[in-house]
Design a binder for this molecule. Structure first.
Ligand code: SAH
Length: 224
């Protein structure tokens, strides 16, 4: 699967997507068997400033109708989108998302759906007062929100969506990692050492986790 991020701050996002699980999934494993070879995902970045035509490379401007702040211009974003996926033959496999606090709420269910249905996910990050509304119309994009709060930019939302979606691409998580369906987390977990000390108190790993009784451990983990 390919993720295309349109953002004024690609370097902020790159640091995150090149680390750990997401970083590994973008590499080819030469040493492993044929099945595990090959990139599971690719992440590309496009800066609207690189698609401007004026001397100052202006990617934002004042809002029509007045009001505070600046609005991201439509054309540089549309050009960036064209570079990313405009020539893809099967547009049904392309999904374009605009990060917006007023968008449809992003959920685990949507993450799973994106991973299954699309080959290309384009994530458009806003800044300032948001994005010229014609971008949404032109690109048949959907607005998505990652939570009922307002951030200063769409970079964290875009990264959240990439991260949650990538986990559903086969092979992205190692065998040891869990891809949960109904449970949102693995719940209560412990690792070494068996006892830690904090403010003169000893905190021990509960006996059941050391018992080797897998059924009991499972039961305990699924408790709230
Ligand atoms: N008044 C603007 C707020 C812009 S916040 C508006 O109503 O749209 C700046 C940018 O941050 C937005 O364009 C969007 O891309 C991003 N953003 C902020 N909060 C977000 C959220 N909860 N989910 C997704 N994107 C968000």
């Amino acid at each position: 699967m390919q993720f295309h991020v349109i953002t004024l701050f690609p370097e902020v996002c790159e640091a995150y997507t090149s680390a750990s699980v997401l970083g590994r999934a973008q590499k080819t494993d030469k040493g492993k068997g044929a099945k595990s070879r090959g990139k599971k995902l690719e992440v590309s970045y496009y800066n609207p400033r690189d698609f401007t035509t004026d001397k100052h490379r202006k990617a934002d401007d004042k809002p029509y109708g007045g009001g505070p702040g600046m609005v991201m211009k439509a054309e540089p974003i549309i050009k960036a989108w064209e570079k990313a996926v405009g020539r893809k033959r099967d547009q049904k496999k392309v999904k374009t998302l605009i990060m917006s606090p007023r968008g449809r709420m992003f959920t685990q269910k949507l993450a799973k759906e994106y991973a299954k249905k699309y080959d290309h996910l384009v994530l458009i990050s806003g800044r300032y007062e948001g994005i010229d509304a014609r971008v949404k119309t032109a690109l048949k994009a959907e607005e998505v929100s990652v939570g009922d709060y307002v951030l200063t930019g769409g970079e964290l939302p875009a990264l959240s969506i990439i991260d949650a979606t990538a986990r559903h691409i086969p092979g992205v998580l190692g065998e040891q990692d869990s891809l949960e369906d109904d449970r949102a987390t693995t719940g209560e977990a412990y690792t070494r050492p068996e006892v830690i000390q904090f403010k003169k108190k000893k905190l021990k790993v509960p006996e059941v986790f050391l018992s080797g009784h897998h059924k009991e451990i499972e039961k305990r983990r699924s408790m709230k």
